[in-house]
Design a protein around this ligand. Structure first.
Ligand code: K7E
Ligand code: CUA
Length: 662
């Protein structure tokens, strides 16, 4: 080979390497940004013209924000953050006297939780738009949000639980929502050595009944189960209605270094609970009444007050005493999500440490139970034979499958955390038909109606943990993010990225038509039963009772009545009860007073809210409306005079010369 030739070959090789690198870079570029082949037609698909409505309401959990966020789809526009488990200064939730009781627990008053899974109420297996439920993971609770007001209506504490993660998934007619404990603990709680985990720790699976009329939640019963980690749940539908399924990991019952110690066995369990059977056992009195301390907090719309009720006991079923109550379905490996397809036949175990994903058959499960095809028995719970219940295996799944949703056309969509992708597969054949990358590290995914009997399909939303380079950077903390994909064709198509508030674990969406026309617009003044209301200016007044002062204040465009108050003293406890006299939609008033140790009030038309103020020094302090309500909003202000604790300034209030005792 002559020199020239060699030179030429080296050059060609370099060129080839350059070309392949270039191709890689291009690939990377388009992968990194997920550039759509047809950006403008995709833009059209998510474009909602000014003044037009979105097609869906989407509810995304706030994760460690403890709240629930409401977005429009397909636009990704944020409409509202609904405060649930965490105080919210914007709306005074947890700061005003009316909503403080909502955050009462057996561990005291708690201003925070970690909310993961919103779940819409259902009728006949279809979201009915009455309520949305969400779990509090840290201090076990379930909240119910009313979808006519978009406000938290009830928070029920779950006793005998170490963390309410597998919750609050609903049965077909919202007969129950379920709550399995993620962490097993001593039940009842007691001081034990942690090393005695295997002897002394237990799990519980709770069934919370929901009143079909007013939504009132009660703990119907709990099932005492082996000390595994119960991770997620879904209820049966159609033929499997009457059953609920809970995934579990740590069937090793490890209590230290779970990352390896709870990953020893190649199968863990999905617990299948026959809740109709449970109802029979309850009726027959086969339950134990266990003492338990927990709160049920409800917000009453007529008194506009939250109320905390302390409850003292629960009914507990023990599987060994209740044959047929529950079974374990072996499932590889440390399954996270458990999802039931719209037909109710397929139970998908998202084995996050397994490369093969197991799909169980409900029909086969029933047959195995009938044939007593058991391989083991744990504390009276038969373990079914894996081979006998298996419908099939998805062999080409990505790595780290977490959750699955359905489009109602026979396809399933599974999120894979490690490979950052959504994998679409055919439910009946378990064959993979499409996959798309997500940016990045997807957790849950959501199809409107995708865990119901009748998914609307149309979109899948990826709920991502990490965004890296997707948005303008904002210091060390970057936003989490959702991504919207069109799933109407054979291939999934990325349409839109939008940031989310807090970590979106799960989400739900519902056709806007189901709820948009039943929104409460105002609270009627003549129906208010608030004990401190003042429904007309003539009723506005100030009352002293020892060192407690009650100010009955009214607000209307554009003044407070009264707007001058004297006779308050250092050391007083001053309750500002502000009634918004407006009776038109979209005219809230705000209220703030200098030096208050809590948040503003934001009072809807016809509503009364109360702010506690404890002035610590003498002076004259302004108060004002915080919500720009009219052209004269800036004039909506007043003064309160605070005198020494031993002063003799008489209690006086007025508005110009119109009122009070001036
Ligand atoms: Cu997968 Cu809490 Cu539902 Cu998050 S959980 S991802
Ligand atoms: Cu009322 Cu501004």
């Amino acid at each position: 080979m002559n020199r020239l030739n060699l030179n030429f070959q080296v050059k060609m090789l370099a060129f080839a390497i350059f070309l392949s690198l270039f191709a890689l870079a291009c690939n990377n570029g388009s992968n990194q940004k997920g550039l759509a082949s047809n950006a403008s037609s995709n833009a059209e698909k998510v474009y909602v013209a000014p003044g037009e409505y979105d097609e869906y309401y989407a509810f995304l959990s706030g994760g460690f924000s403890g709240q629930l966020a409401v977005y429009g789809l397909p636009s990704g526009r944020l409409f509202k953050i609904i405060p649930v488990f965490s105080v919210d200064a914007e709306k005074s939730y947890g700061f005003n006297e009316e909503t403080k009781p909502m955050l009462q627990t057996s561990h005291g008053w708690l201003p925070w939780d970690d909310s993961h899974h919103p779940e819409l109420s259902q009728t006949d297996g279809v979201p009915d738009g009455k309520w949305i439920f969400i779990n509090g993971n840290n201090t076990p609770r379930i909240a119910r949000i009313d979808l006519t007001t978009f406000e938290t209506a009830e928070i029920l504490e779950i006793p005998n639980s170490g963390g309410n993660h597998s919750s609050p998934f609903t049965t077909e007619n919202t007969e129950y929502i379920v709550a399995g404990t993620r962490f097993s603990v001593p039940i009842p709680q007691k001081d034990f050595p942690i090393e005695s985990y295997k002897e002394n720790f237990k799990g519980t699976l709770s069934f919370v009944s929901v009143d079909p009329e007013d939504g009132d939640m009660e703990i119907a019963f709990q099932i005492l189960v082996p000390a595994y980690d119960y991770d997620l749940a879904h209820c049966g539908k159609g033929p499997s209605h009457g059953w609920a399924f809970f995934s579990s990991y740590n069937t090793e019952e490890a209590n230290t270094l779970l990352e390896s110690n709870a990953s020893q066995k190649d199968k863990d369990f999905i617990a299948a609970v026959n809740w109709k059977k449970a109802e029979e056992y309850i009726k027959q009195g086969k339950f134990h009444t266990m003492p338990a301390t927990y709160y049920d907090n409800s917000y009453d719309e007529t008194t506009q007050m939250g109320n905390s009720e302390l409850k003292k006991e629960v009914k507990v079923l023990i599987p060994s005493e209740c044959p047929g109550l529950m079974y374990y379905l072996p499932t590889p490996k440390s399954p996270h999500g458990v999802d039931v397809d719209p037909t109710g036949e397929y139970i998908v175990g998202n084995g996050k440490l397994s490369s093969d994903m197991a799909v169980h058959s409900f029909t086969k499960m029933l047959k195995a139970i009938e044939n007593e095809d058991f391989v083991d028995n744990v504390d009276g719970i038969p373990v079914l034979n894996y081979e006998s219940i298996l419908a099939g295996i998805v062999t080409d799944m990505g790595l780290g499958p977490l959750h699955t949703e359905f489009d109602g056309k026979g396809y399933a969509y599974t999120s894979c955390f490690i490979t950052s992708e959504i994998v679409k597969w055919e439910v009946a054949t378990q064959k993979v038909v499409d996959r798309v990358p997500t940016y990045y590290s997807i957790g849950h995914l959501m199809i409107p109606g995708g865990d119901s009997r009748k998914p609307w399909g149309e979109y899948v939303v990826a709920l991502n943990k990490i965004t890296k380079d997707r948005y303008l950077p904002t210091g060390p903390e970057l936003c989490q993010s959702a991504q919207l994909y069109d799933i109407t064709g054979d291939k999934m198509q990325l349409l839109l990225d939008f940031p989310t508030m807090g970590e979106p674990h799960y989400a739900q969406a519902i056709k806007a038509d189901v709820i948009k026309d039943k929104q409460v617009r105002i609270y009627r003044l003549n129906e208010s039963q608030h004990p401190y209301k003042a429904t007309k200016e003539q009723d506005a007044r100030v009352e002293r009772n020892g060192n407690e002062v009650h100010i009955y204040l009214t607000a209307i465009r554009s003044h407070f009545a009264p707007d001058n108050i004297e006779g308050i003293k250092v050391g007083d406890k001053v309750y500002w009860h502000v009634t918004n006299l407006e009776q038109a939609w979209d005219v809230p008033h705000g209220f703030a007073v200098l030096g208050a140790h809590n948040a503003e009030l934001l009072i809807m038309p016809g509503q009364t809210e109360t702010l506690l103020w404890e002035p610590k020094e003498e002076g004259v302090f302004p108060f004002y409306c915080t919500d720009f309500c009219s052209a004269l909003h800036q004039e909506m202000q007043g003064y309160v005079r605070v005198s020494a604790s031993n002063a003799n300034v008489p209690l006086k209030w007025w508005l110009a010369d119109k009122m009070g005792n001036k």
